[in-house]
Design a binder for this molecule. Structure first.
Ligand SMILES: Nc1ncnc2c1ncn2[C@@H]1O[C@H](COP(=O)(O)OP(=O)(O)O)[C@@H](O)[C@H]1O
Ligand SMILES: [Mg+2]
Length: 361
């Protein structure tokens, strides 16, 4: 990312104090919305209120000091039931995000794996996070991790570990366990601290049972599973659907780093779900598109639900979902790639028939 983009991003990126607000607003807004809508529903005209039954007197849980004289309470509408679909690995993303970016870590460690600067955080409840601060290393864009997660969630893919925007202090990073003098120098050279000694970055749910190694490489049998007319071994059908989601997501996010090693993994045992980690190389220069397009073009079969959700992801929805983490140029690129992906899928549907293209349930 060039300096201008960095600056634009840093100006736009929230100050440390607005972070909890961002998290709460996002978690209760875009993250909490049913991912299938993608479009803001016009507000229903408010019905004249039904006469309200007098509320049961509520027992105060603890005696509360009245701060100001309390206005007589308005009758409270019952909360809308939140239509929340299962998130990453069928779990509750909103709960994970609340810890990831709302709780204070009890431990900071350097993550010695990978090629970029990253850390591992541990929280009081025992859960952990990968942490990547804003850094000069071109293929480590923390905002790309967050954008890939939010997009995957909105598309119903649920295979990118939840992540959110989190600030760190210089002391947290330099004082982390495992930081050697050499690594401390590297932090000084490469981490983009702000003048106040903090740095923006992202915290990602640490998958506790991530299997080592790599499940699929850029060669192998799987591209053939995504081509028309080919047989998919029944025990690989779920992987095939996941991989079609992945090449679509990588195209949308312009992820040029999917196949450099260890980024397509399985969680749990040998039959556990595929998960896509290290989405940090996305949203870079448009010159990377040719390569990512090649992988995307392998796919002639998609998950129907993913494509339907992508169709619903209009410009306003994308803006609402990602404008706090992506620059205007990055968002423009994403819109363009969404359009190209949908055109390509339409073209395939004309050629092979929609049922053969929206092949995976
Ligand atoms: N969310 C995660 N859950 C579990 N392990 C992770 C997670 N993210 C990263 N790791 C571990 O850290 C390594 C490096 O992380 P990665 O995101 O690939 O960074 P890099 O960009 O430096 O390659 C991974 O190969 C994996 O072993
Ligand atoms: Mg990696």
């Amino acid at each position: 990312m060039n300096d201008v983009a960095q600056d634009a991003r840093r100006i736009r990126i929230v100050s440390r104090w607005s972070l909890p607000v961002v998290l709460v607003v996002w978690a209760s807004g875009s993250a909490g919305c049913p991912a299938s809508t993608g479009v803001v529903e016009p507000v229903e005209p408010v019905e004249p209120a039904e006469p309200v039954e007098p509320a049961e007197p509520v027992e105060p849980v603890e005696p509360v000091e009245p701060v100001e004289p309390v206005e007589p309470a308005e009758p409270v509408e019952p909360a809308e039931p939140v239509e929340e679909e299962p998130g990453f690995r069928g779990g509750d993303d909103v709960a994970l995000l609340a810890v990831l970016c709302g709780a204070a870590p009890v431990r900071w460690e350097r993550n010695p794996r990978g090629t970029t600067i990253s850390f591992r955080l541990t929280f009081a409840d025992g859960s952990q996070a990968a942490y990547k601060p804003d850094q000069t290393i071109g293929h480590s864009n923390w905002e790309s991790e967050v954008a890939a997660y939010r997009l995957s969630r909105r598309l119903g893919i649920h295979r990118v570990p939840p992540s959110c925007v989190r600030r760190a202090t210089r002391d947290e990073l330099t004082g982390a366990e495992g930081v050697t003098p050499d690594f401390r120098r590297r932090l000084g050279d490469s981490v983009l601290f702000d003048a106040d000694g903090t740095v923006v970055g992202m915290a990602m749910h640490w998958v506790p049972d991530l299997r080592g190694g790599e499940e699929y490489a850029s060669d192998g049998d799987w591209p053939a599973w995504l081509a028309q007319g080919n047989r998919i071994p029944p025990e690989r059908r779920e992987d095939a659907a996941a991989l079609s989601d992945m090449v679509l997501l990588d195209w949308l996010t312009l992820n040029t780093d999917r196949w450099t090693g260890g980024n397509v993994r399985r969680a749990g045992g040998t039959e556990g779900p595929l998960v896509f980690i290290d989405n940090a190389a996305g949203f870079g220069a448009a010159s990377g598109e040719a390569r990512v397009w090649t992988y995307f073009r392998w796919a002639q079969r998609f998950r129907r639900a993913t494509v339907e959700r992508l169709r619903a992801l209009d410009d306003a929805a994308l803006e609402a979902l990602l404008s706090d983490v992506l620059t205007v140029e990055q968002l423009d690129g994403l819109r363009r790639r969404r359009d190209r992906a949908l055109e390509r899928i339409e073209e395939l549907a004309r050629q092979f028939g929609e049922a053969n293209v929206l092949f995976f349930d």
